[in-house]
Design a protein around this ligand. Sequence first.
Ligand SMILES: Nc1ncnc2c1ncn2[C@@H]1O[C@H](COP(=O)(O)OP(=O)(O)OP(=O)(O)O)[C@@H](O)[C@H]1O
Length: 283
Amino acid sequence: MKPIMEFTNIEKRLDSLHIGPINLSVEPGTITTIVGTNGAGKSTLLKLMMNLVKPDQGNIKLLNSFVHGPDENWKKNISYQPQTAVGWNAFTGKSLRDFIAPLYPNWDEVLFKRIVEAFNIPLNKSFVALSQGIQQKLKLALTLPRNTSLLLLDEPTAYMDIPAKEQLMNFIVEWMEHGHRAIVMASHQSADIMKLSDYLVVLKQGKLIDIFEKETLIDTHKQYWFNEALPVEKVPGELFRKATQLISNNPERTEAYLHQHGIAWTALESLNLEEIITLILTK
Ligand SMILES: Nc1ncnc2c1ncn2[C@@H]1O[C@H](COP(=O)(O)OP(=O)(O)OP(=O)(O)O)[C@@H](O)[C@H]1O
């Protein structure tokens, strides 16, 4: 199937960071989350997708258009929820809705009203007078109903309480059910966001470590406990060890080695996604 968005050899040099080269393909029906440490370049990748930042090299294609070209017609196919909504402070939710809705031919007013109601968002207050959590909810209410092929969400769960995060997840899942579309999010390893994702793009200081399929990542990371210390030599698949605990990113090879050497483990567990990403980012 034709990708919704494609990055080809994208590179961007900022003052203290060199992002890329990045090759990435966002397929319809998928949710991709960009994870990484602070300042890794996650938000900048989303801004590159919106042409808010220009690449030094490479190109980005949204459906059939290059986003850095003179024709800006591609903008009707993409919606972006930034970390900080610039220029919104003086406006009420109602006036922001009246400005944004007509720009998107597929605007879903019913969905807008459902999100406003679910999150109890006051539409008559200026944006600046809302708490950060409510601002976040209003940003979502003004982004999801645009019903574009691609949805970009930068830290969508920031400042949200636990029940609100749950509702957000439900709205995202529902949004994905309607047709040929995809989501790309940036997140500080938020467990909920990662759980929703099909792919995790792991960035470290601007470098793409890898693009992982979430399920594969979970299946290939296991931790073992033993009654006694392990042999000094490195065990196949060994990623980390501490006293009688071993973490492997290749359980098949690790277990074959342990059987061969007559070493029995006393406990075996999967790791959660946050633990796996932390290991990948720190190893
Ligand atoms: N326009 C710019 N000019 C110069 N440097 C920039 C610019 N925008 C971002 N940077 C720098 O690039 C780096 C990456 O920023 P970015 O916001 O993309 O990271 P991030 O991974 O989203 O970080 P965080 O998790 O803290 O939100 C940071 O060091 C930032 O200061």
